[in-house]
Design a protein. Structure first.
Ligand code: ZN
Length: 469
C-alpha cells in the first residue's frame, strides 16, 4: 500500500517548487526498472503503459520518452542502458521532468541514487518518485537525500553484505528506521517497521482512557507507579511528562512525523534539531494504530482545552494532585481565585474557601466559602437538571455529533449515553471527574455548575434544598 508523504512547510522556506516552463508543455520522461525476482509492481509492459497513460492524461505534459531496464536484481552493472539513455536525454536538454515508480526502482544502489538525483537536480530537472510521493526539487526531496545519505553510511559499514538495495524495503516501510528511540506500545519489526506490542498497547489505551475520563497526567503517572505497571524500559517509572508525551505521540494513531532532526551537511552528516528551519515530513497511516483516530484527535483537543483552562485560571503547571475530582475545579466568582479544601477534626465536615481569603493581611476576598456537602449537592442537582431536560438537550448533542470537532463529538456521545441512565442520589466522583468543567461559587448558597459539553446550571439553596435555575 502506497504511503503519502505530506510536507509540513518550514518557516521560512527557501526551496522552490518545480520551475514553470513558460508557455510550453513540460516534457516528461518516465523510467521504470523491473527486477526479475519477486516483482510486486506489475509486469514490465504494464508499467510502461501506466506511465504512458499518466502523461497522456495531462494537458500540460508531453512524453519525452519511456526508458526502462529489465531483469535487474540490484547489484549488477549490466542492463542499465535505459537508465543511462534517460540521464543522457536529461543532459541534452530534452527532458523537463522525470517520473519513476519508486526510489527502489530508480537506481541500483543508494550511492547511484544520490549521485544521479543530485545531478538532475543541478540541471533543474525534478524526479518524482510516485510511490513515496517525493519530488527532488521540493522539500520532500530533502527527506530523500537525508535518508539516502544515512543509508549510504550503513551500506559502507556492511560492504560485505548484499545491502545494495536495502533501501527498497525501508522506503516501502515508510522510513520508520530514521527514528530509533523506543516507543511505548510498539516493537520494531525485522524490516524496521512498527509492530504493535500488545502488552504495552494495553497500557497505552489505558492512559488515553484515563485522560479522557478526567484524570490529570500527574494522577495517571502516580497511579501507574503505585500499581507497578512497567513502562517502555520494563520498569514502573512514570512522570507526568511521560504521560503527556504518550498522549501527544502521533505514532499511537499510526502516523509518523519525520525530520525531527536533520543532516546539516551531507559530508559531515551532522544532525541538528529541526526547530522549524527545515520542513518536517508526515506520513499518515504509516503503521497499525493503537488508538482510533477520533479518540486520538479528541485527546489532543482535550490537552489544548486543559492548557487554556489552566491559563484562564492562572493555575500552576504541576501541583500536588489529590485524586479529588473537585481539585482545581472550584473558583470564586468575586475574585476568580481557586477554592481550597479545608478539613479539621471536630469540624462539621470539610469546607472550601477562596485562596485569597487565606491571606492574613488585606483580606482580599471573603466572598467564597462553601461547605463540601453544598458543593456535592450542587453538582448532583445540576446533573439531575440535565437529566430532566434531556429531551430538549438531545438536539444539541446530536448536532455536535454531526458538526462538532472530535472532542465535541466525544462529549456529546458521553452525555447522550450517561444521561439516559437517570438521575443521581449522591455525588459520584467518577462522573464528576468525567463531566465537570468547573464550579463557580457565587456565595455560600449560590453556585454555578459548568459541564464539559457546555451545559451550565445555576443552583441556589434555600433552607438546605437545592433550586436549579
Ligand atoms: Zn475570592
Amino acid at each position: 500500500m502506497a504511503k503519502k508523504v505530506m510536507v509540513i512547510p518550514a518557516n521560512p522556506t527557501g526551496i522552490s517548487k518545480v520551475a514553470k516552463k513558460n508557455g510550453r508543455k513540460t516534457r516528461v520522461a518516465a523510467y521504470c526498472r523491473v527486477s526479475t525476482d519477486n516483482d510486486q509492481l506489475g509486469s514490465f509492459e504494464n508499467q510502461l503503459e501506466y506511465f504512458r497513460n499518466m502523461i497522456d492524461e495531462r494537458d500540460d505534459w508531453e512524453l519525452a520518452g519511456l526508458f526502462s531496464d529489465e531483469g535487474i536484481s540490484g547489484t549488477g552493472t549490466k542492463h542499465r542502458s535505459g537508465f543511462m539513455d534517460m540521464i543522457q536525454a536529461c543532459e541534452d536538454g530534452r527532458v523537463d521532468l522525470v517520473i519513476t515508480k519508486s526510489v527502489s526502482r530508480f537506481a541500483r544502489n543508494t550511492a547511484d541514487c544520490l549521485l544521479f538525483s543530485r545531478r538532475l537536480k543541478n540541471l533543474g530537472i525534478p524526479i518524482i518518485f510516485e510511490k513515496e510521493g517525493l519530488n527532488t526539487m521540493d522539500a520532500s526531496g530533502e527527506l530523500l537525500f537525508t535518508v539516502l545519505s544515512s543509508l549510504a553510511q550503513e551500506e559502507s559499514r556492511n560492504i560485505s553484505e548484499n545491502t545494495a538495495w536495502g533501501i527498497r524495503s525501508k522506503f516501502q516501510q515508510g522510513i520508520a528506521h530514521l527514528n530509533t528511540t523506543s516507543i511505548l506500545g510498539y516493537d520494531k519489526g525485522e524490516d524496521g517497521s512498527l509492530v504493535i506490542n500488545e502488552e504495552q498497547a494495553v497500557v497505552v489505551r489505558r492512559i488515553y482512557r484515563d485522560f479522557m475520563d478526567g484524570w490529570t497526567v500527574s494522577e495517571i503517572s502516580r497511579r501507574l507507579n503505585v500499581e507497578g505497571v512497567p513502562g517502555v524500559h520494563g520498569v514502573a517509572k512514570w512522570y507526568p511528562s511521560t504521560i503527556e508525551s504518550v498522549i501527544r505521540n502521533e505514532k499511537h494513531v499510526g502516523d509518523l512525523l519525520m525530520q525531527k532532526t536533520y543532516t546539516s551537511d551531507f559530508l559531515t552528516k551532522r544532525q541538528i534539531a529541526n526547530n522549524g528551519k527545515l520542513e518536517q515530513y508526515f506520513i499518515r497511516d504509516d503503521h497499525p494504530a493503537i488508538i482510533p483516530r477520533d479518540e486520538w484527535d479528541a485527546a489532543q483537543l482535550e490537552l489544548e482545552r486543559r492548557e487554556a483552562f489552566r491559563l484562564r485560571h492562572g493555575l500552576r503547571v504541576t501541583g500536588s494532585s489529590i485524586d479529588d475530582p473537585f481539585y482545581s475545579r472550584v473558583f470564586c466568582e468575586a475574585c476568580g481565585g481557586k477554592l481550597i479544601r479545608h478539613y479539621w477534626k471536630g469540624c462539621n465536615g470539610a469546607f472550601w474557601k477562596c485562596k485569597n481569603a487565606e491571606k492574613r493581611k488585606g483580606h482580599i476576598c471573603q466572598a467564597a466559602n462553601v461547605r463540601e456537602s453544598t458543593l456535592h449537592s450542587a453538582v448532583v442537582a445540576a446533573w439531575n437538571e440535565i437529566v430532566d431536560s434531556r429531551q430538549d438537550r438531545l438536539t444539541g448533542w446530536e448536532e455536535a455529533l454531526e458538526t462538532g470537532n472530535a472532542l465535541q463529538r466525544h462529549r456529546a456521545r458521553l452525555m447522550i449515553a450517561v444521561t439516559a441512565e437517570g438521575p443521581l442520589d449522591t455525588e459520584v466522583p467518577e462522573l464528576t471527574r468525567m463531566f465537570l468543567e468547573e464550579v463557580i461559587v457565587h456565595g455560600r448558597e449560590e453556585l454555578e455548575v459548568h459541564f464539559l459539553d457546555g451545559s451550565r446550571v445555576r443552583v441556589s439553596f434555600e433552607d438546605g434544598a437545592a433550586e436549579v435555575a
